[in-house]
Write a protein that binds this ligand. Structure first.
Ligand code: ADP
Length: 633
């Protein structure tokens, strides 16, 4: 059979492996043992599901063998094996699309990062081997096949002989070079150490024929002691999965390593959550909160879910029903003895036990986040930076049914604290006479701070939440009230900031200016639903606000949605507000009496200014510019 080429991307990664200067080459063994364990899992699960007899869990094992003379290290499993086609597809291609995305985004630290982050599975063996053969027979198949490769040049697959199902991987360990020692991978104690370090929890025995020495038995005890060599087949791993061990038996590093390997992250998790429960639902769960959002997190491609085990046997890789959407960032696994091994996916969805577990986990995750917020603020801010958006989406999705779980976990940027704060913190700082929680929306903090509308609220010494994410205002509107305080958008809602005197004063002003306001509204010809005297302006002459449920910020959000292009536009009802204490107001009053044409031009100019300050586009930039030029002439 002709030599086949690796796919281009795979070849690049392979090149990296072969010439790797990566310091943790030893991880190759972990990768191969994990693959072997997965292959056994698959067969075991299949046998349970399809009622195959003659396979016993006790017969499964992963055998390591060292042949120093031939420089060979062999990893044998009696798992599901691979057909010719599977050998071709699985070992000719890098399966993890994630690693490719990662490469595109990070050309600089390419090598270290790919290996560290993804392990790159099977290929990592090329870091220590110059030739690899994979002899495999798929369960139930007639024929066995041999995959062979000496690296980037390509690979060959030929028919081969093998009695029983499973896979034998043989690594021809590289010769030592001046810089690198490869002999160590042929040392039994080194291999033993690596299994202990990385694969101890693997639930099938990982065995090695170890050369031992013992004193020879003598008939006469006076005789000089002599020693003999013998081999002993030793099981190297403890086989207790990490989530079945007591917390005190497991170090943070063990948890972190387990997480990184199992969930393909290259950074330690931000938090490890371990819980074991008995009673209505008996289960162990080991959950992790990643330190950063995965690249595809906020896309459709991201799939939430936890691994699901029934009494130590994995029955589902990603069980979505175990996690609510607002905690979709959580990784981990659940092992329960209450679930039946051959339960189908459809049945699982309606399983009462599973529902119980998932609601317990939701509570547990919420309380862990709460405790992180109280006890480790810095970490929580890091967490929120990565996944805060998801919590806010969660608040308003499903008609707000999760809002109570989430309202104390979300944060918004504070005008006075200059960092994200919780609603509880905001409320604790409210002034005695302050009735509402004030917020404003905008693209960035500086811009919001300089909005004319923030002046009056800030002048009162009130804290303002600066909402920068599109979802923020929707989330607050869904919440409605927090500790009986309502939310007020300082650029659109009635703020009710004035004293009685000020109110009376404003009332008078309004009465006097009624005609002017009406005149300006007419001049603006349908662009606004009203022109008003403002109580939120101190320095600026004008601002734009809105009436009704749709705010200007929501209008912007809707405009960015795809349906906007299809004609389904959602518009805020715009209101132009005038500052009655600004010199411009006097000018307008004068014009109303003497020069209606000029009043129209000024009204349009002020309107456009207000529009610009809001961060919206003016309807007719040329007309706007011409009007300014006219003024200059
Ligand atoms: P990953 O294990 O992350 O999918 P690998 O490159 O390590 O990536 O392996 C690619 C695929 O090859 C595996 O998904 C699996 O289908 C198959 N494979 C690897 N090793 C074995 C094995 N020992 N037995 C059966 N299939 C295997």
């Amino acid at each position: 059979m002709a030599v086949k080429q690796f796919q281009t991307e795979s070849k690049r990664i392979l090149d990296l492996m072969i010439n790797s200067i990566y310091t943790h080459k030893e991880i190759f063994l972990r990768e191969l043992i994990s693959n072997a364990s997965d292959a056994i899992d698959k067969l075991y699960y299949k046998s349970l599901n399809e009622g195959i007899t003659g396979l016993s869990r006790d017969d499964f094992k992963i055998a390591l063998e060292i042949n120093k003379d031939e420089r060979k290290l062999t990893i044998t499993d009696n798992g599901i094996g691979m057909t010719e086609e599977e050998l071709d597809n699985n070992l000719g291609v890098i399966a993890k699309s994630g690693s490719l995305n990662f490469k595109q985004n990070n050309e600089k630290n390419e090598e270290i990062d790919i290996i560290g982050q993804f392990g790159v599975g099977f290929y990592s063996a090329f870091m220590v081997a110059d030739k690899i053969t994979v002899l495999s027979k798929a369960y139930g198949a007639e024929k066995a096949f041999m995959w062979e490769s000496e690296g980037a040049e390509g690979y060959e697959i030929t028919e081969a002989d093998k009695d029983s199902h499973g896979t034998v991987i043989t690594l021809h360990i590289k010769d030592n070079t001046e810089e690198e020692n490869y002999d160590e991978y042929l040392e039994q104690y080194r291999i033993q150490g690596l299994v202990k370090k990385y694969s101890d929890y693997i639930r099938y025995p990982v065995t090695l024929d170890m050369e031992r020495v013992r004193p020879m038995e003598k008939e006469n005890p006076e005789d000089k002691t002599e020693y003999e060599h013998y081999t002993e087949n030793v099981t190297l791993n403890s086989m207790v999965p990490i989530w079945k061990k007591r917390k005190s038996e497991v170090s943070d590093e063990d948890y972190n390593n387990f997480y990184k390997e199992k969930f393909m992250d290259w950074e330690d998790p931000l938090r490890v959550i371990y819980t074991a429960t008995e009673g209505n639902a008996t289960y162990n769960a080991l959950l992790f909160i990643p330190a950063k959002a995965p690249m595809d997190y906020y896309t459709r491609e991201y799939e939430k879910g936890l691994q699901l085990y029934a009494s130590g046997v994995m029955i589902m890789e990603k069980c979505a029903d175990l996690l609510p959407d607002h905690f979709s960032f959580v990784k981990g696994l659940v092992d329960s003895q209450d679930l039946s091994l051959n339960i189908s996916r459809e049945m699982l969805q309606h399983d009462r036990q599973l529902k119980l577990i998932s609601s317990r986990l939701e509570k547990k995750i919420a309380s862990e986040l709460k405790s992180m917020l109280t006890n480790d603020r810095e970490k929580y801010e890091q967490f929120f930076d990565a996944f805060g958006l998801q919590l806010k989406f969660g608040m308003y999705s499903d008609y707000g049914i999760h809002k109570d779980v989430l309202k104390d976990l979300v944060m918004f940027y504070s005008s006075t604290e200059k960092k994200p704060v919780t609603l509880a913190e905001y409320v604790s700082r409210m002034k005695p006479e302050q009735k509402s929680i004030y917020y404003v929306c905008g693209e960035n903090v500086d811009r919001m701070a300089s909005l004319p509308q923030t002046e009056a609220v800030a002048a009162k010494g009130y804290e303002i939440l600066y909402l920068t994410a599109e979802v923020d205002e929707f989330a607050l509107k869904t919440l409605g009230v927090y500790e009986e305080k309502d939310f007020k958008n300082i650029s659109s809602d009635e703020l009710d900031l004035e004293t009685e005197e000020e109110k009376a004063e404003a009332e008078k002003k309004l009465e006097e200016s009624k005609d002017l306001l009406e005149g300006m509204k007419e001049a603006l010809d349908g662009r606004v639903v009203a022109v008003k005297i403002s109580n939120r302006l101190t320095k600026h002459p004008v601002c734009l606000s809105s009436e009704g449920q749709i705010t200007l910020e929501m209008e912007k959000v809707f405009a960015r949605m795809p349906q906007a292009a299809a004609g389904g536009e959602v518009k805020a009802q715009r209101v132009l507000e005038l500052n009655p204490n600004h010199p411009v107001f006097e000018v307008l009053t004068g014009l109303y009496e003497n020069d209606k044409d000029k009043l129209k031009a000024y009204a349009e100019l002020l309107y456009d200014q207000a529009v610009l300050i809001e961060g919206l586009p003016v309807d007719d930039p040329v007309a706007f510019s011409n009007r300014i030029c006219d003024l200059m002439k």
